[in-house]
Design a protein around this ligand. Structure first.
Ligand SMILES: Nc1ncnc2c1ncn2[C@@H]1O[C@H](COP(=O)(O)OP(=O)(O)OP(=O)(O)O)[C@@H](O)[C@H]1O
Ligand SMILES: [Mg+2]
Length: 349
């Protein structure tokens, strides 16, 4: 009898097979999709690296991803509210918008870690989770169950015991930092995402951290093919939530990773295409801002454009501080002028 014939959703899955599991990762269906996902990734990367000082400009994209990712967890807010919260003093930020900003900060922190160290460790997973979910940080000490939200039926019980969990995470760490196992990086991202979710190392935030890790891993592995955090899975998962849970469940039950791999590969392709469209729209809008500001004002500068596009919601204070104006009045005057030109709308907060 193999592990899967014994699978009992109510018992801690301490027999979760270690990575790489015995599976045909070179299945032709998978490889065809890898090819499509790679083409989409190459397009998004080429476009993203055309944006000036790209990391600033991806910040609004991160907010959008963060809103979508948090919605999966029923943290509901709008992109607009989060942009608004973003320019508020930190102590005034609260509720769902604050949680979304935590998620955004967790991606940023993870991005810095990957850039600095070039690899991802268990400590990094823990660090990222503590930023995304500051109220319930750290590897869980107690058992946990995954239930159907409506029926409360127990669907899966992840491994229990901190030592067990740490051993499983160490195995993921080895798997993602090993380059010579012949498994395509995109396929690996799906496999370890599934494994991470099955370990469910935290009391909360496992889904969000698991999605962030896919982005970070791709950035780390796909040097030159994906330099920036511009590929986000949450929109796709939101749209196909049932299929997502089903493929995780099928892998738990039968050890069959095909559906979960195909799901993540398609998410990569579709979301890369979606980001391409968004970046094209940003470019169009940016050109409009440039031309209006250059023709109709005396204060056009490259720096200003960058700032405006990194924070779609702008306050007088924020503009003054970040442009280094000595007088608050200057920032106020510029904003008023931009409102008159139809580039911004004004709102009291
Ligand atoms: N049968 C399953 N096996 C393994 N993992 C699962 C299963 N069903 C759901 N999951 C994972 O559990 C995650 C939810 O766990 P948790 O609540 O800790 O994370 P979250 O970030 O708070 O939530 P969410 O992912 O809903 O935003 C899901 O996103 C999914 O990845
Ligand atoms: Mg949760």
């Amino acid at each position: 009898m193999n592990n899967f014939q014994m699978f009992d959703p109510k018992k801690p899955n301490n027999q979760l097979p270690l990575l790489p599991t015995d599976f045909n990762y070179d299945n032709i269906t998978i490889l065809k999709q890898v090819n499509l996902s790679n083409i989409a990734l190459a397009k998004v990367n080429a476009l993203a690296s055309r944006l000036p000082d790209s990391i600033l400009l991806v910040s609004p994209l991160l907010v959008r991803e963060s809103v979508a990712s948090s919605q999966i967890e029923n943290i509901n807010t709008t992109v607009f509210e989060v942009f608004e919260a973003e320019v508020m003093e930190e102590k005034k930020q609260k509720g769902p918008a604050k949680e979304v900003l935590n998620y955004r900060d967790a991606i940023f922190a993870g991005f810095e870690l990957v850039k600095k160290k070039g690899f991802l460790s268990t400590n990094d997973f823990v660090k990222i989770q503590s930023i995304a979910e500051p109220d319930k940080t750290g590897i869980r000490k107690m058992g946990i169950k995954i239930m159907n939200d409506l029926t409360k039926e127990i669907l899966y019980t992840p491994p229990d015991g901190e030592t067990h969990i740490r051993d499983f995470l160490a195995n993921i760490e080895q798997f993602i930092n090993k380059d010579d196992d012949g498994i395509d990086p995109l396929v690996k991202s799906a496999v370890f995402h599934y494994q991470f979710e099955s370990i469910h190392p935290f009391l909360d935030g496992n889904g969000r951290v698991g999605r962030i890790l896919v982005i970070l891993y791709l950035i780390k592995k796909m040097a030159k093919r994906l330099d920036l955090p511009v590929l986000f899975l949450s929109g796709f998962i939101m749209k196909h939530k049932k299929a997502y849970y089903d493929c995780l469940h099928k892998a738990n039950e039968k050890g069959d990773l095909l559906d979960v791999i195909m799901f993540i590969l398609k998410a990569i392709e579709e979301q890369a295409d979606a980001t391409v469209e968004t970046i094209k729209k940003i470019e169009v809008l940016m050109n409009k801002f440039k031309s209006v500001l250059a023709k109709k004002t005396v204060f056009y500068s490259h720096e200003l454009i960058q700032l405006l596009f990194s924070k779609p919601f702008m306050t007088i204070n924020y503009l003054q501080e970040n442009m280094g104006f000595s007088a608050r009045q200057t920032a106020s005057k510029y904003l008023t002028e931009m409102v008159k030109l139809g580039l911004f709308q004004s709102k009291r907060i």
